[in-house]
Design a protein around this ligand. Structure first.
Ligand code: FAD
Length: 352
């Protein structure tokens, strides 16, 4: 790309969406400015955690599965670009009603996702709901989320044409003029902009997005079980209601337990006044882990994310030719960030 066709891309928010979009645009030869209200990366960002799970197979959605496989190729490429290990291919197991298993396996094979059926007996620590069996997806696994953010920030900091601007809080994004206003009054303007401020995105846009709050429990693994967990996959569809998730310990991280049952709409991102114990009790009671009483709790974390109010899923909207808004949602917002980055870098190139 010549300097004549290079654009200036402004990114609001240095979570995974913002940082990977900045990387994609910088690699395409554009000038990039990243505005972040805290440090870069910011431990308060939704993206900042030890792990985020990556699932390749979306049963019933072949297009979605193809997108996930494309995202996986991006993650592999990013490992090379950053020179850092970002992904642990530990596999993901999900529980499904017995009558659906054969269909899911056939669908996975058509999509080119290597899978294997497992029985409850082969997963002795996991609470599969009654009447279910499990499908292990081999290419799936976990992204080392905080390492991703640090590696991207390091790469960007060394790149000419990239301005990482920590402690720059954006107070307004004006779609008509393309102006981005910072606390203190400075105005930043580029040829293109992406608003991806995570749970705080809704403070800067009129888009109808819902804020959700989630309570997560981190556990220590008892010594006799350590060997089993060493090779364990991430697992979902667990517990009596089939809505629990477990991410095994590894790479210095604790075992992580979560469930959709304790995800709730929230008014704001300040959870300091909220008692987490009822949510922790609910998580423990669901039977996601067998023999849960032997796993000492290590930490409780509260996180927020936003989703499209109409669909409950992710939102990526091109508000004007030069302004995108992203609400990345829970479940897939981290793992699909390279697809958003690619889409925006491509659109900026087409417009240049
Ligand atoms: C409990 C939980 C579990 C999840 N599990 C998974 C999973 O397993 N797999 C998966 O793929 N996804 C998962 N997700 C979703 C995923 O983590 C998020 O969708 C994704 O990390 C959002 O990234 P983001 O960059 O859009 O936002 P964020 O990471 O929240 O980043 C937004 C950034 O914008 C900054 N900011 C905010 N306001 C301003 C402002 N006014 N000015 C400047 N900067 C600002 C913030 O400080 C922050 O750094 C999960 C989410 C939660 C909450």
């Amino acid at each position: 790309m010549t300097s004549n066709t290079a654009a200036h891309v402004v990114v609001v928010g240095a979570g995974v969406t913002g940082l990977l979009t900045a990387v994609a645009c910088a690699r395409a030869g554009h000038r990039v400015t990243v505005l972040e209200r805290g440090p870069v990366p910011n431990p308060d960002a939704t993206s900042y955690d030890q792990y985020r799970t990556f699932r390749a197979l979306l049963p019933g959605d072949p297009g979605g599965t193809a997108d996930r496989l494309a995202a996986l190729r991006h993650w592999q490429e990013l490992e090379t670009v950053f020179g850092a290990a970002l992904y642990r291919r530990i596999g993901t197991v999900t529980a499904w009603p017995e009558h659906r298993l054969a269909g899911i396996v056939a669908e996975a094979r058509r999509a080119g996702v290597a899978v294997q059926r497992l029985t409850a007996g082969q997963l002795p620590r996991l609470g599969l709901p009654p009447g279910t069996g499990a499908v292990l997806e081999r290419p799936s696994g976990v992204l080392l989320a905080d390492r991703v953010l640090r590696a991207a920030a390091r790469w960007l900091a060394m790149r000419p044409g990239v301005a990482l601007r920590p402690y720059c809080r954006v107070t307004a994004v004006l779609p008509d003029s393309g102006r981005i206003v910072l606390a203190g009054g400075e105005v930043v303007r580029g040829n293109a902009a992406l608003l991806c401020a995570g749970p705080w995105t809704r403070e800067l846009t009129d888009h109808q997005v819902t804020l959700y709050r989630q309570t997560i429990l981190y556990l220590r693994t008892p010594a006799p079980d350590a060997e089993w967990w060493q090779d364990a996959p991430a697992a979902g569809g667990l517990g009596r209601e089939g809505r629990g998730w477990v991410v095994p310990p590894g790479a210095g991280a604790l075992l992580k337990l979560s469930s959709d049952t304790v995800c709730r709409p929230a008014e704001h991102t300040d959870s300091t006044g909220e008692d987490q114990q009822p949510y922790v009790d609910r998580l423990v009671d669901e039977g996601v882990l067998l023999g849960q009483g032997r796993y000492p709790p290590a930490a409780v974390r509260v996180c927020h994310y936003t989703a499209d109010a109409a669909t409950g899923g992710p939102l990526l909207d091109r508000v004007t030719p030069g302004l995108w808004v992203r609400a990345a949602c829970g479940g897939s917002g981290f793992s699909t960030a390279p697809l958003v980055a690619e889409r925006i870098a491509t659109a900026v190139k087409e417009a240049a």
